[in-house]
Design a protein around this ligand. Structure first.
Ligand code: JCF
Length: 676
């Protein structure tokens, strides 16, 4: 084999490792994907022809090696400590006071603070720059050898230095946390859903489960990343502080969390912690607290370790979002499209100030896999804005009286047999006349994002259905005042308001009508695309699969779902009935044969207008070629002002000298331009 080939392979490894570092560690790509792929292809080819050229730091070796029979044990040369917890400002302050008592009284302190990642702690050993071994923390003294899995993680260098970086120490053991970024977790789960595979429950379990796979080829498919936070051992570097340590790790090519800060006082540390406490959901990783460290390594050594935690660091835990309570009953819900989902009725429990009585059980596969039973004590999580959900049972607390769950065979609302698509995890009620589905659809029809009918929520939808007044959406538009008054005694005002809101909804723009139909996969965003493209419900009804697939943003699954919807006689009848009831099914086309007197003008609308809703006013302006935006700027032609206008809009208009119109003013503008 020629030395030329060996040199070329070495060059390719260096380039590819550098490009991967730019892409995966710095998030700052140096070349296009195509260029990267071409170089990778060349290296693969070279290695296939000359197996002796395959080196352990080759990027081709990240795909995952053969499965292992088990993980080998690893004894840490320096124990991996854990952290002492604090749960209040007072406890952090107490921690600092205890540390100060062990230091000279005039010692000035600096701190390094970082979000505490809820992942999996690892130690990576590099000898002569080559990744030699990766081990889990284990109990801090003995961990497991997960080298084969860790090699597949793309922001972990296989060799130091990365091209152009700091030369490698002869020996270094780096410590950090492996995690799954939230955005990659979401994307990966969406891909699994498309393949009909079960969902991974949360990023933390996903990361832990992926790292503990015996088959590294499975780990290689999981979007894992590492952030490093410290050094266990290093030869030949003289480090004085945590901050210097992080700087060294960065120049060696490791990913260091960009949210880490050097802070000068306890007050700054507490402000930093408080700010993340309220913003934890904006992080792209799960964090369960803030790690606070005394920066100076000399002081760290004086303070030492107590038990298995250093005295120079503390974990300020975020308030818990989990609680344990009893699951009283597993109930099921029928969705608007007939999807049946399980949920839990709970003994009430308070998490983060809110009382939780119900929690999602995701789907039946999840329920079966976790073997959740009525009567179980279960762990509930309430994270940010998402619906509370059941994480799993506390099996150790079982008494034997818990009831294993059996899948429902019939719909709880219409008692018809349920249907399960072989490729999907979902269970369906396919009865189009199922009361639960119709009530859900009514509620959705009237919702903010759809037809926006004020006063028609869950309760009214159910009342109208169960009184026999509305059995199909189109019945809404045939409701009579006397029927409604009878339904709610002493409710004339209520009846009039509801009838007015329903009547107003007949004039909604086409995208709202399309959204409200509830076609599988078509939300308001896609509905706008369809309304813009077709202009009328009739044109959409007449479409074929081929044309739909030509529209940017419409994939094959959605196209099929739309055609499938339109092909059903039940839906055709509904659309005919809606037309007959007088719903507007077309948007006025903005074409040349339509007068466009407002063309080139930009309007902002604020406050309540005498006869037009804000939406109707927007539609009017747009129909005559004008544009409507949300805030006043120098590009605004007119501010249309009703009663109770927004303060910021009127102030901005005053400052910029923007002319102000009332409702009649719009009409005058249209008519005048018309005539002129
Ligand atoms: O993010 C973490 N989970 C994390 C754990 C960060 C740190 O700086 C740590 C740690 C565990 C121990 N530092 C130590 C000393």
């Amino acid at each position: 084999m020629s030395t030329d080939l060996a040199a070329r392979a070495a060059k390719l490894r260096e380039l590819l490792n550098y490009y991967s570092y730019r892409y995966n560690t710095l998030d700052d790509p140096a070349v296009s994907d195509a260029e990267y792929d071409a170089l990778m292809h060349e290296l693969r080819q070279l290695e296939a022809d000359n197996p002796a050229l395959v080196m352990p730091d080759s990027p081709t070796q990240r795909v995952g090696a053969e499965p292992l029979p088990q993980f080998e044990k690893v004894v840490h040369t320096h124990p991996m400590t854990s952290l002492a917890d604090a749960t209040s400002n007072q406890e952090v302050s107490d921690w600092l006071a205890r540390a100060r008592r062990l230091l000279p009284s005039d010692t000035e302190l600096e701190f390094v603070a970082e979000p505490k990642i809820d992942g999996l702690a690892v130690a990576l050993t590099y000898r002569e720059g080559l990744l030699e071994r990766a081990a889990t923390r284990g109990d801090g003294v003995v961990g497991e050898d997960i080298t084969a899995n860790v090699r597949t993680i793309r922001n972990i260098p296989l060799r130091i230095p990365i091209s152009g970086g700091q030369p490698a120490p002869a020996l270094i053991e780096v410590r950090g946390e492996i995690y799954m970024p939230r955005d990659l977790f979401e994307r990966y789960n969406a891909e699994r859903a498309e393949r009909g595979e079960a969902q991974l429950a949360n990023p933390r379990n996903a990361a832990a489960g992926s790292v503990r796979q015996l088959d590294p080829r499975v780990t290689a498919t999981r979007p894992l990343r590492l952030f490093v936070y410290g050094i266990g051992v290093v030869e030949g570097a003289d480090l004085h502080s945590q901050w210097e340590t992080l700087a060294l790790l960065k120049t060696l090519g490791f990913a260091v969390n960009p949210d880490i800060r050097l802070l000068g006082s306890l007050d700054e540390v507490l402000a930093y912690a408080e700010s993340w406490m309220s913003q934890r959901d904006t992080l792209n990783y799960d964090a369960d607290g803030i790690v606070i460290k005394i920066n100076d390594i000399g002081l760290q050594e004086r303070l030492g370790i107590i038990g298995n935690a250093p005295r120079w660091a503390v974990a300020y835990k975020f308030p818990s979002r989990e609680a344990t309570t009893r699951l009283l009953e597993i109930a099921i819900n029928v969705g608007r499209t007939g999807v049946i989902t399980p949920y839990a009725n709970l003994e009430p429990v308070v998490i983060g100030g809110a009382t939780i009585r119900q929690a999602s059980l995701h789907n039946f596969d999840d329920l079966a896999r976790k073997d959740i039973r009525a009567g179980d004590m279960v762990v509930i999580e309430r994270a940010g804005d998402v619906i509370p959900h059941v994480l799993g049972p506390v099996v150790a607390l079982r008494t034997g009286k818990e009831l294993p769950y059996e899948m429902p065979k019939t719909c709880p609302a219409c008692h018809q047999e349920l249907w399960r698509d072989s490729g999907e995890v979902a269970l369906y009620c396919v009865n189009a006349l199922c009361p639960a589905q119709i009530v859900r659809h009514l509620e959705y029809w009237a919702s903010r994002d759809a037809m926006d009918i004020e006063g028609l929520g869950k309760r009214v939808a159910s009342e109208l259905y169960h009184a026999g007044l509305v059995r199909s959406i189109s019945d809404l538009y045939l409701l009579r005042r006397d029927e409604l008054i009878k339904l709610r005694k002493a409710g004339t005002k209520w009846a009039d308001n509801l009838l007015a809101a329903i009547a107003e909804s007949k004039e909604r723009p086409l995208w709202r009508l399309i959204t409200a139909l509830g076609i599988h996969g078509v939300g308001s965003t896609l509905a706008k695309v369809l309304a813009d493209h077709f202009g009328s419900l009739e044109a959409l009804q007449a479409v074929d699969l081929g044309e739909l697939q030509q529209i940017p943003g419409i994939g094959p699954t959605i196209a099929e779902s739309i055609c499938d919807y339109m092909a059903r006689p039940y839906h055709q009848q509904l659309l005919d009935e809606l037309r007959a009831a007088g719903l507007r099914t077309a948007d006025a086309p903005a074409s040349a044969d339509n007068p466009q007197p407002l063309a080139g003008m930009t309007f902002v609308i604020t406050g309540t207008l005498p006869s037009l809703s804000r939406e109707a006013a927007s539609a009017l302006v747009q129909q005559y070629g004008g544009k409507v935006t949300g805030s006043v700027s120098k590009n605004t032609t007119y501010l249309v002002m009703g009663s109770d206008p927004g303060a910021s809009k009127s102030t901005a208009a005053k400052k910029l000298g923007t002319p102000i119109l009332d409702e009649d003013g719009i009409r005058a503008l249209i008519d005048q331009e018309h005539d002129g």
